[in-house]
Design a protein around this ligand. Structure first.
Ligand SMILES: [Zn+2]
Length: 53
């Protein structure tokens, strides 16, 4: 169905806030929507298990 399981690094345009996948940046770091070049790297949420005592 979908390859959403492959969650690589995501980028967000600091201008319009569009979330861009790394695979969409193969042509270069640029927002596909507003063509802004400054993208901010977003870390996927990391689930940490903390043992509660
Ligand atoms: Zn943008």
């Amino acid at each position: 169905m979908s390859r959403e399981d492959e969650q690589g690094p995501l980028y967000q345009c600091v201008r319009c806030g569009t979330i861009i996948k790394l695979s969409e940046l193969e042509l270069g770091i640029r927002c596909p929507r507003c063509r802004y070049r400054v993208l901010r790297k977003i870390r996927p949420p990391v689930v940490k298990r903390v043992l509660a005592r």
